[in-house]
Design a protein around this ligand. Structure first.
Ligand code: SF4
Length: 359
């Protein structure tokens, strides 16, 4: 078989598999939907792609439904108060995405008349839309020929060709190989198919090679060691950071404030606290919002992409003269819905527990 025939064979087998086995996802237009006259909604597809960056389908799906129910059009999202959008995003993580989502909605709604660009280049120019996402939206919303390469696709291609170069060095080679297989005609379906293959069949730890449409061509399978690919450079140990966080309550409420826009969890709500140090737990007195008999609320740990954070939680009633000039007092009963990011939700829960069961 010539190289061209081989690539066409891979493409055809993948698409035939997708027609039979591809996932039905709420934002996805399957071939039978298209035959029934359903057209893609670029706004709903963009929303799904931003949410799925670094987040699994089961975790992102309820958020996607919630956003569309609250803000059915991009104009609705753009006009919503930003703090409402940030609070609705809480729990999805990687909060720069939420800030960019909001900024992007404003560009599309106010500068582009509510119409998403229909090219990879046009999409790429929007806030929060990178290389992968621009290709994914262009294919899914506009059937533009595209080359979607996420972590799932990298894994499948690395195995298909048994690439010995480790990630991330192999990324350009993977991209070129994936681009040869990508279908310029059924671009929409091909993008969904390759992502489904990586996500559901060619899984990281136990690939289902027995049902894989690429099995007969797969070099990693032929070598009998699919999970040996992709090769990766050894991971560096994550640094650990330490800090204090203060659960301050008053008359059935607790105090929250917005973090600065720049930096980690930018724009999200937080409990007040001090710096997060890699040199061990800083002195509490440097972080205390006021002098009090602080009650220990335990330690919470949260793993971020680049470091692990350990926060010592402290709990006290606010003195009458404590009037911070920013932030607000949230109902203690609304702790789960106020819109705290995961690490702060853990700390608030620990604070509430200490409040309910004082030592
Ligand atoms: Fe992945 Fe196995 Fe398919 Fe190769 S045969 S692409 S390792 S699932």
């Amino acid at each position: 078989m010539s190289a061209v025939d081989k690539v066409e064979d891979l493409r055809a087998r993948l698409l035939a598999w997708y027609d039979r086995e591809g996932r039905s996802l709420p934002w996805r237009i399957r071939p039978d939907d298209r035959a029934a006259g359903v057209v893609p909604d670029p706004y709903a597809i963009w929303l799904s792609e931003i949410m799925l960056q670094q987040t699994t389908v089961p975790h992102a799906t309820p958020y996607w439904h919630d956003f569309l129910a609250r803000w059915p059009r991009v104009e609705d999202l753009a006009k919503a108060p930003r703090e409402d959008v940030m609070a609705a995003w809480a729990g999805l993580g990687y909060y720069a995405r939420a800030r960019n989502l909001y900024a992007c909605a404003q560009v599309v709604a106010f500068d582009l008349g509510g119409v998403f660009p229909d090219t990879i280049e046009g999409l790429r120019a929007l806030p929060g839309v990178g290389e992968y996402t621009s290709h994914a939206i262009a294919a899914a919303a506009f059937n533009r020929p595209a080359n979607v390469v996420d972590g799932n696709v990298e894994r499948a291609i690395s195995r298909l060709y048994a690439l010995d170069t480790p990630l991330p060095k192999s990324k350009p080679e993977i991209r070129a190989l994936a681009g040869e297989i990508a279908d310029p005609v059924r671009a929409h379906d091909y993008a969904q198919a390759i992502m489904d293959l990586g996500a559901t069949v060619c899984s990281p730890k136990s690939p289902s090679c027995g049902i894989c449409p690429w099995q007969s061509a797969c070099q990693a399978y032929a070598l009998g060691q699919p999970t040996a690919y992709p090769k990766k450079l050894p991971k560096k140990a994550k640094p650990q950071r330490y800090g204090h966080v203060f659960f301050i309550h008053r008359e059935g409420t607790f105090y929250v404030r917005a973090r600065p826009d720049q930096g980690l969890l930018g724009g999200m709500l937080e409990l007040p606290g001090g710096v997060w140090s890699e040199q061990g737990l800083p002195a509490r007195i440097e972080a205390e919002p006021f002098a009090a008999d602080w009650q220990a609320g335990g330690v919470v740990t949260h793993v971020f992409t680049h470091f692990t954070l350990q926060l010592q939680v402290w709990c006290a009633m606010a003195p009458k003269d404590y009037r911070p000039n920013a932030g607000h007092w949230a109902d203690l009963k609304a702790l789960k819905t106020v819109g705290l990011p995961s690490v702060m939700a853990k700390a608030a829960k620990a604070g509430l527990k200490a409040l309910s069961h004082p030592v």
